[in-house]
Write a protein that binds this ligand. Structure first.
Ligand code: RFL
Ligand code: PHB
Length: 393
């Protein structure tokens, strides 16, 4: 078995793991990233599209913001279509002038890989059977297999940034770990197409046929979603059927301007709220989807991963540069406090805009009252804007 050492071993080469690795390396802290998949596979996932302003700052701090600043789009508002109306939340006007950046997770990840390569960072792909060990000791280590050979990395700390299905959370003993979960009775069918976006800003639509969302990656690449039953399969949905259903759920003025075309990606994602507590066990720290999942309605998944990375980054800086471990000690509590607020916002937006199978007339009236209140109260709009652009770290 080959043996190496590093300061921070990071399991998972998604956006969370790569961002932390990049931030720490720039401060002279050594990391190794272990990723189960190939780079092409990771870059083939189409996921998040909206970045909070805090995430944008963190990409700048990581020295990875140049392309995002050139190609990403700053958005000052979002639309909510409901009850035959199109209402707009003014993000910049309501929340300290903060805005969001529309720039895809795929591009964020691509930029992070490029930055890791440029610094000679260690990112090991196709690492099989990754396993963290001795988490309660001061000398933890990680083992893995690559090309049939066994390897061991000795380290000070292990980061579990390996997503919802990763190995890290599972290595916390069941009597320590507490999991909270809500599964929603529908999914989102997403389509990516090389077409001009239907609207200059995102449109979240509540409709009796179900929720729909118009988003984008650029002025020539659109991303759309519709709520579908969990029993639906991607194969059930031809491009034509998708466009017809999407248009039926959008206000006339948006539907009329919608440019359709061949889908270049089509997938169904289930919706879930999930939080694992604590986010630290001994020398293992969980980050991102490994510890929490939100339904995508508030665009908070990747953004909540970024706030974990912010706390870990500053915790490690204090630990290695100043000998102060208070940040790392308080990590779980601090990260979870922000995560639960993102969970609340995502749950609220999901409930506000989706059609649940068992909704009564009273539930529908309450949903309409929630929307009517939102657009009759500047305080409510300010609250939505504050959450959408991202609560402070
Ligand atoms: P990831 O991206 O899942 O990366 C984890 C990585 O770990 C690897 N891995 C392992 N590696 C080694 N050993 C193992 N045993 C391993 N097990 C797993 C995996 O291969 C993978 O590369 O987690 P990370 O880095 O925490 O990032 C989280 C985000 O990906 C996620 O929160 C967002 O994509 C959620 N999300 C959105 N978030 C937003 O902030 N804004 C959005 O607009 C938004 N839209 C979305 C979304 C997620 C969606 N889906 C499909 C779930 C829209 C959708 C449709
Ligand atoms: C996306 O563009 O993929 C996207 C945008 C906003 C959301 C969720 C997903 O709330």
């Amino acid at each position: 078995m080959s043996q190496t050492t590093t300061q921070v071993a990071i399991i998972g080469g998604g956006p969370s793991g790569l961002l932390l690795s990049q931030l720490l390396h720039r401060q002279g802290i050594d990391t190794v990233v272990l990723e189960r998949q190939t780079r092409d596979y990771v870059l083939g996932r189409i996921r998040a599209g909206v970045l909070e302003h805090g995430f944008v700052e963190l990409m700048r701090e990581a020295g990875c913001a140049a392309r995002m600043e050139a190609e990403g789009e700053e958005h000052h508002g979002v639309y909510l279509a409901h009850q035959g109306r199109m209402d707009r939340i003014d993000l910049a006007g309501s929340a300290d002038g903060a805005t969001v950046m529309v720039y895809g997770q795929t591009e964020v990840t691509r930029d992070l890989y490029a930055a890791r390569d440029a610094m000679g960072g260690s990112v090991i792909h196709q690492a099989d059977k990754v396993q963290p060990h001795d988490l309660k000791s001061q000398t933890p280590y990680v083992t893995y297999e690559k090309d049939g050979a066994e390897h061991r990395i000795d380290c000070d700390f292990i980061i579990g940034a390996d997503g919802f299905h990763g190995v890290s959370r599972k290595s916390i003993p069941a009597d320590v770990l507490r999991e909270y979960e809500k599964v929603y009775p529908f999914g989102w069918l997403g389509v990516l197409s090389e077409t001009k976006p239907a609207s200059p800003e995102l449109v979240y639509a509540r409709h009796e046929r179900g929720f729909a969302l118009c988003s984008m990656r650029s002025q020539v690449l659109s991303r759309y979603y519709i709520q579908v039953p969990l029993t639906d399969k991607v194969e059930d949905w031809s491009d034509e059927a998708f466009w017809t259903e999407l248009k039926a759920r959008l206000p006339k003025e948006v539907a009329e301007g919608l440019q359709t075309g061949a889908s270049i990606e089509k997938s169904i994602a289930p919706l879930r709220s999930f939080v694992a507590e604590p986010m630290r066990y001994g020398q293992l720290f969980l980050a991102g989807d490994a510890a929490h999942i939100v339904p995508p309605t508030g665009a908070k998944g990747l953004n909540s991963a970024a706030s974990d990375i912010y706390y870990l980054y500053h915790g490690f800086l204090d630990h290695y540069k100043n000998g102060d471990s208070a940040g790392l000690e308080g990590y779980s509590e601090k990260a979870l406090a922000r995560v639960w607020k993102a969970e609340r916002f995502s749950w609220w937006m999901t409930n506000l805009l989706h059609r649940f199978p068992d909704m009564s007339e009273a539930d529908l009236r309450l949903q309409c009252a929630d929307l009517d209140y939102l657009f009759s109260s500047e305080a409510a709009q300010a609250s939505m804007a504050e959450n959408y652009v991202g609560l402070p770290y």
